[in-house]
Design a protein around this ligand. Structure first.
Ligand code: GUN
Ligand code: ZN
Length: 431
């Protein structure tokens, strides 16, 4: 059994509850400096200050931070190719850059290579689990499932549904889409750490008939996830109001067909009202907040505190290629700035919780991942506290824990990542 064991030494940081808003000292934070984290058979089995002894193969990362792997709850695989594209808001950005890039994923060779490159990039940024948009093509979802299984990753994805308002080569139809979804669900949902998400791109690119089909899939199997976009951009919201004049709101378009449930992940949610937030809470559906994307595409400032106080599940997400980095530290640094513009203060605790345990909780996966408790799978990252002289100097003058971790969240990125483990297996090491 010794060969399946691993003892990792470092400063262990995770959360055992949800941190309170704007509180820099919080009992929800579990910081265990210079501890050994014990992993056996891919799972965390304990943590201790004492050396575990000669029966434990070891990695000594003394002076580094050990955290649960990040969970990116909204990111687009084919959009790595259009990250950092100039000069547009959402609807023009989709037509000018995104749709042409996604069309290439009809080719299985492009889809396979793209999926592998994408998941390796996630791992190299410290993201060990993700909720991912592929493209409308069945092969693009298939490629992601296979590449994630090969890496042992928790991955939630599903072929994108879009049967209108999209160019040739990027539209499906209701019947073929239903057959493709059913086949993908039968072959991948529940296989290893994979799960299927009924994936509605957004309300404008699905006919009412396709939305009804998507809702029927969710109703037929409560273990399925659902992912989509909602209320991101004002022009988009106005378009949805014209396309669905009977709906009370953008969110209501999804609610009417049964797409809102505890496994529903809706990206953005900037332009929601109190009634929408009440509906989200009642259905148990959650928001993936994408601050980097919201700033880059000029979409708007998300109300994190209001959404949290309304009791809606919340996580953070890169939304690459609308977002400009796969790094969830960079995403959180943008998240802090978005809140600062609204006169609010995002603590490192609230930010990092949303990228780990909070995301796992919202997805119903907190028994599997998101924290360093015994029994969870060992999805772990080992981070340098500081990278480069500026961050090093800042780290050295920081006096208390929140100050240190906040500076790390704000200054760190993928360059700080020393190693990344998925279910106890090293999947990335800094060259
Ligand atoms: N809304 C519909 N599709 C997209 C997309 O690909 N990215 C973002 N940010 N919003 C969307
Ligand atoms: Zn998106």
């Amino acid at each position: 059994m010794t060969s399946t064991r691993l003892a990792l030494r470092g400063d262990l940081l995770d959360f055992c509850a949800a941190p309170a808003w704007a509180q820099t000292e919080d009992a929800a934070v579990r910081f265990r400096p210079d501890h050994w984290l014990l992993v056996e058979g891919g799972r965390i089995v304990g943590a201790q200050r004492e050396d575990p002894g000669p029966d434990w193969p070891r990695e000594d990362h003394r002076g580094r931070l050990v955290m649960p792997g990040f969970i990116d709850t909204h990111v687009h695989c084919p959009q790595l190719d259009v990250i950092a594209s100039y000069g547009t808001e959402l609807l023009d950005w989709l037509n000018t850059y995104t749709f042409p890039a996604e069309r290439r994923y009809a080719d299985p060779a492009v889809a396979d290579l793209g999926a592998q490159r994408f998941l390796d990039a996630l791992l190299a940024h410290g993201t060990t689990a993700a909720v991912v948009f592929p493209t409308v093509h069945k092969v693009s979802a298939e490629a992601l499932f296979d590449a994630a299984a090969a890496r042992g990753m928790r991955l939630i994805t599903g072929k994108v549904l879009m049967d209108r308002h999209a160019p040739d080569g990027l539209r499906d139809d209701v019947e073929q889409a239903r057959r493709d979804c059913e086949d993908l669900i039968a072959r991948h949902h529940g296989r290893e750490r994979l799960a299927y998400a009924v994936t509605v791109r957004f309300a404008p690119t699905s006919t009412p008939e396709q939305l009804a089909m998507a809702g029927a899939l969710c109703r037929a199997d409560a273990s399925l996830f659902m992912q989509t976009h909602v209320a991101e951009n004002r022009g988009e919201c106005a378009w949805v109001a014209r396309l669905f004049p009977d709906a009370r709101s953008y969110l209501d378009v999804y609610d009417r067909v049964g797409l809102l449930h505890p496994r529903a992940v809706l990206a953005h949610g900037i332009w929601l009202d109190d009634e929408d937030r009440r509906v989200l809470r009642e259905r148990g559906a959650q928001i993936a907040h994408c601050p980097s994307s919201n700033l880059f595409l000029g979409s708007g400032l998300f109300d994190w505190k209001g959404t949290d106080e309304a009791g809606v599940g919340l996580s953070v997400a890169s939304d690459v290629g609308g977002g400009t980095s796969l790094s969830l530290q960079r995403t959180l640094a943008d998240g802090y700035k978005v809140q600062a513009l609204a006169g609010q203060r995002l603590t490192a605790w609230a930010g990092l919780h949303a990228a780990t345990r909070g995301a796992a909780l919202a997805l119903g996966l907190d028994r599997e991942l998101g924290h360093l408790s015994p029994g969870t799978l060992a999805d772990l990252c080992v981070w340098d506290w500081a990278c480069g002289p500026v961050a090093q100097a800042r780290h050295e003058v920081a006096r208390e824990l929140h100050e240190k971790v906040f500076a790390w969240m704000t200054l760190a990125d993928e360059r700080n990542l020393a190693a990344c483990f998925v279910a106890g297996q090293a999947r990335y090491r800094r060259p």
